[in-house]
Design a protein around this ligand. Structure first.
Ligand SMILES: [Zn+2]
Length: 268
């Protein structure tokens, strides 16, 4: 072999090696990205309200945001076990009332396992929290103080209003303008809030079966590119735990990526 050909061959072999290493690097990086949400997600939140119609998501990427309200409770540990087994992340909108307090140390496990935590309410009493805007923020302050030993408050940027941001039950206690005022104040305080567009209806009366919960989720999720799924992790929603593996499998099989709520950048 001529020396020049040999040099060429070495050059191409080297180029090929560098290229393979780069591709492998990108693949590893991508695998890392699609794994369970990293804790870094919690600190990197742009604290701005979602704007109508805003979308920075790659075209047609299917995403699911599993959310659990009203916990932690005796049910939460099983929910965490399933999420861990399936390797997916979720967001917990927590309550700090007496029934929940025994389980609050689970907030540490949530964070350690890559889940996100948002605020729901301290008391979850509509009558108390929606009496006035002052009453609402006093309740949120109490929740923050209650969970402070278990979570870094600086990582919390999201809240979910009990009953949702367009509920009308609040009008009975705080007047017809209270939700509008609370939403404006939430934004002023740097919170983002989120409702849901898929409801498991797992907290409905009569304790729906795991099968019904699964069907509720799948029927509502079908055809949606972005799904924010409302479920509950309370003492009364054990059937949600039973339905959860199948719910996760359905989203996986249908090509959805599991996201923490900080990745939500659009109205739902
Ligand atoms: Zn709730």
């Amino acid at each position: 072999m001529k020396a020049s050909m040999k040099r060429k061959r070495i050059f191409w072999l080297t180029a090929w090696g560098v290229c393979c290493a780069a591709v492998a690097g990108v693949m590893l990086w991508a695998a890392g990205q699609s794994a369970v949400c990293s804790n870094a997600d919690l600190t990197n939140v742009p604290v701005v309200p979602a704007a109508a119609g805003q979308s920075e998501t790659p075209e047609q990427e299917k995403r699911v945001f599993l959310t659990f309200d009203d916990g932690p409770s005796a049910t939460t540990e099983s929910v965490l076990d399933i999420l861990k087994e399936k390797g997916v992340c979720a967001t917990f909108f927590v309550v700090g009332a007496e029934n929940n307090q025994k389980y609050l140390p689970l907030l540490q496990r949530m964070t350690e396992e890559g889940h996100q935590i948002g605020l729901h309410s301290y008391s979850h009493s509509y009558k108390t929290i929606y009496e006035s805007t002052t009453a609402f923020w006093a309740d949120i302050k109490q929740l923050r103080q209650t969970i402070e030993p278990y979570v870094d408050l600086d990582t919390i940027h999201w809240l979910r209003f009990p009953g949702g941001s367009t509920n009308t039950v609040s009008h009975k206690y705080g007047g017809s303008g209270i939700m509008k005022a609370l939403k404006e104040q939430a934004e002023e305080k740097g919170y983002r809030y989120v409702d849901w567009n898929v409801c498991a209806e797992d907290a409905a009366g009569g304790h729906p079966s795991a099968e019904t919960i699964y069907e509720n989720v799948v029927n509502e999720a079908e055809g949606k590119t972005t799904c924010v799924v409302l479920m509950h992790d309370t003492k009364a929603t054990k059937n949600t735990v039973e339905a959860l593996p199948d719910i996760i499998d359905w989203f996986s099989e249908n090509g959805y990526r599991f996201c923490g709520i900080s990745e939500l950048n659009q109205q739902i």
